[in-house]
Ligand binder design. Structure first.
Ligand code: FAD
Ligand code: NAG
Ligand code: NAG
Ligand code: NAG
Ligand code: NAG
Ligand code: NAG
Ligand code: NAG
Length: 625
């Protein structure tokens, strides 16, 4: 009894928040109902989106259980790309040593607060290319509608786009295509532009625009790539972070939408083959002997713990590869070898930089705006191999990839279903490998001769599994970075591209001198060796560990995102993406979460929702002030 009182007071403290906002109901443990229609594990990006949608018409009761707190630190809203990231609101896990990166370990970072990773992320906001999503449907099999056309209404429904001011659009050549966007008044996840851009950015844009063959789409969010200005995850009225909490929790007043914070989900509860609930325990409990609390889900248990923790909870609940489960002493409920496999992230490298003999002049642009309105970067080149490397190199890379046997570079002992899944991915990817619009490379333009280029289509496949000696410890994360040699070969081409860009005619008058890595790093082998010392196989966009693919291909969830082998259990977070798109992942996470709400609910419970296709699009630039 004493322990319980203590727990409750700890929770009360952890849950303290200013009451000026009209929040939906945040509950204390003693207010927990025994049963809800839907119980959602994880109050992050996808979890709050789904929680909001499932509770919006008041018919269903929804509980979200979140590890972190409602964190009101002002840095989250206005600290921009640098300040929001903080270990107090992140899980920080060390990966296993990476043999192809000189045995370095990598920091795995994901959000740990109400709003999840969308509360700490870098705010850059765009989606992948049409053909990258069409691949999802191709791997999904006949009738799959997880392609570009099937997702587009949910990109529109999930995101409220606000175009930039005319003076910025004119001075910097920002264009957009409203037919790719939604402006639903009820959608409070905003994609917006700042009211100021650094004039120097224009120089880097113009130089990139002058690069031979560089495409400039009207809007890079309309399905094809190139050089463009994208929006950021920002409310353009207040110039503050727009994230899952502000969009899908704050200001919502609904007694059927509950959130329990500071609570760690520990296991899924089953009745026979049906998931009937979850167990959880208070995060800050000093006692490890307190039995976990159980809550019942009448309709469905929904996992939204993110790519790192969703496979962990599945495995702890007996769903996963039988060999891993038995090594951990866990009884197998469903032998599902794909759980925790197929792990992908984007990778990047840094410290590639130049200096100028004569710095380029600063362009004359309207500078009446406020630099603080830019919370993050918003301009880049997002392009395919034939744009950034030679025709011959594109062909060579393609041929060596095509010739690979699918199992050749997977981990030894990979389950045959998982191998078959990679074979299907590889087969589908071969068709788009050489496309201009399969965005292998993303160069963010910063307005300085310094770059953090992103490699967006790793063919290496890693894994995330429970620690078999201590199953409740943080999972074991292995990127298996550069295990597929095509990855380092493509990354070498990115270095060579940047050298061509910085030595292009545009810059000649200013005498660019390469500062790092420097002229002594010249051959492909030397560049590769330099990369092994510096490459980071994560831009914090982990996906793929509970992939939506057919079961015989190592899939974990089906086309409705329901977990194979059991009933009443779904996964709705980034882990369901079968192949990582060539774009940062948040916008895709929102679209997936929006789509599954309509498809799961329509399909299972006959509810009709409002699709993006019915929305009226209007230009909001004039009306926002
Ligand atoms: C530092 C950083 C920078 C990024 N930069 C960008 C960017 O610029 N642009 C972009 O588009 N994307 C970016 N991303 C990626 C993007 O934010 C994620 O892909 C997306 O938010 C993932 O959504 P999710 O719902 O899958 O998981 P999350 O949003 O991470 O939600 C998972 C939630 O589950 C909770 N949880 C975990 N385990 C438990 C448990 N056992 N019990 C209860 N709760 C639990 C977590 O606390 C978290 O709230 C970045 C991510 C990070 C971390
Ligand atoms: C990495 O570690 C393994 C195992 O300890 C060792 O065999 C290998 O030589 C190491 N590689 C490098 C590049 O240090
Ligand atoms: C400006 O953008 C358009 C696409 O909207 C592109 O066609 C054009 O080439 C760009 N102009 C410059 C000068 O970069
Ligand atoms: C745990 O307790 C610490 C110290 O009181 C607090 O700072 C932190 O926010 C709590 N964490 C959670 C998830 O409740
Ligand atoms: C610069 O932008 C402001 C809006 O902030 C506008 O009022 C002004 O007319 C613009 N000046 C020019 C020269 O375009
Ligand atoms: C597994 O957990 C134990 C105990 O927490 C830890 O010592 C060990 O390093 C972990 N193993 C891996 C591979 O992370
Ligand atoms: C970056 O490159 C420079 C020049 O090669 C080198 O001196 C410096 O140590 C590098 N910095 C990092 C963090 O690797």
């Amino acid at each position: 009894m004493k322990t319980l009182t203590l727990l409750l007071s700890i929770l009360a403290l952890a849950n303290a928040y200013p009451s000026s906002h009209g929040f939906a109901t945040i509950i204390q443990r003693d207010q927990l109902k025994k049963e809800y229609d839907y119980v959602i594990a994880g109050g992050g990006t996808s979890g709050l989106t789904v929680g909001d949608r499932l509770s919006e018409d008041g018919k269903y009761s929804v509980l979200v259980i979140e590890y972190g707190i409602l964190d009101n630190n002002p840095d989250i809203l206005s600290g921009g790309v640098n300040k929001a990231m903080d270990p107090s609101r992140e899980f920080v896990i060390s990966s296993v040593p990476q043999p192809h990166l000189n045995n370095r370990t990598v920091e795995v970072v994901v959000g740990k607060l109400v709003g999840g990773s969308s509360g700490v992320n870098g705010l850059q906001f765009f989606r992948g290319m049409k053909e990258e999503y069409d691949l999802w449907a191709e791997i999904g099999g006949k009738g799959s509608d997880w392609d570009w056309n099937g997702l587009l209404p949910y990109f529109k429904k999930g995101i409220h786009f606000v175009p930039p001011y005319d003076y910025l659009a004119q001075d910097f050549n920002i264009s957009w295509d409203l037919s790719a966007w939604g402006q639903d008044k009820d959608t409070r996840i905003f994609a917006g532009y700042p009211n100021y851009l650094y004039p120097e950015l224009k120089t880097y844009y113009d130089a990139m625009a002058a690069y031979p063959g560089m495409p400039i789409p009207k809007d890079g969010n309309a399905g094809t790539g190139g050089l463009y200005y994208y929006p950021t995850q920002m409310d353009p009225k207040t110039y503050t972070r727009s994230y899952a909490r502000t969009g899908h929790w704050d200001g919502i007043s609904r007694s059927n939408y509950h959130l329990l914070t500071s609570s760690q989900v520990t296991k899924i509860v089953f009745n026979g083959n049906r998931a009937t609930g979850l167990t959880f325990r208070p995060v800050n409990s000093s006692s490890t002997t307190t039995p976990p609390t159980t809550v019942t889900a009448r309709k469905e248990v929904i996992l939204a713990l993110g790519t790192i923790h969703t496979p962990q909870i599945l495995e702890l609940s007996g769903i996963g590869s039988k060999s891993i489960l038995s090594a951990a002493g866990i009884k197998t409920k469903v032998d599902l070898p794909g759980v925790g496999e197929n792990f992908q992230d984007h990778g990047f490298f840094y410290n590639i930089s130049w200096a100028f003999a004569t710095p380029p002049p600063i362009p004359a642009v309207n500078s009446s705006g406020d630099p603080a309105s830019a919370l993050s970067f918003n301009c880049g080149a997002v392009v395919g191999l034939p744009i950034f490397t030679t025709a011959k190199k594109t062909e060579d890379l393609y041929r060596s990839f095509k010739a690979q046997s699918p199992s050749r570079y997977l981990a030894p002992g990979t389950h045959p279903d998982v191998v078959a899944g990679f074979a299907a991915q590889k087969h589908a990817f071969e068709k788009i490998f050489r496309s201009e619009n399969t965005a292998w490379m993303w160069i963010v333009l910063l307005g300085v001769p310094f770059f953090n280029p992103v490699m967006q289509h790793p063919m290496s496949r890693g894994s995330i599994h429970i620690n078999t000696t201590t199953p409740t410890a943080e999972p074991v994360v292995d990127y298996r970075a550069f295990s597929n040699p095509v990855d380092i070969a493509v990354t070498v081409e990115i270095v060579k591209f940047l050298r061509r860009y910085m030595t292009s005619e545009f810059w000649a008058a200013y005498g660019p001198i390469e500062f790092s890595p420097g002229a002594q790093i010249e051959s492909d082998e030397q560049i590769a060796a330099w990369l092994r010392g510096i490459y980071v196989p994560s831009v914090y966009h982990p996906v793929g560990t509970c992939a939506k693919m057919p079961r015989h291909l190592g899939g974990v969830v089906d086309e409705e995102l329901l977990v194979y082998g059991v009933e009443g259990l779904s996964v709705v977070d980034a882990s369901v993406m079968p192949v990582i798109p060539g774009a940062p992942t948040t916008m895709t996470v929102y679209a997936v979460a929006e789509k599954v709400c309509l498809c799961v609910i329509c399909f299972l419970w006959g509810r009709k929702g409002k699709g993006g296709a019915f929305m009226e699009i209007e230009d909001e630039v004039q009306s926002r002030n």
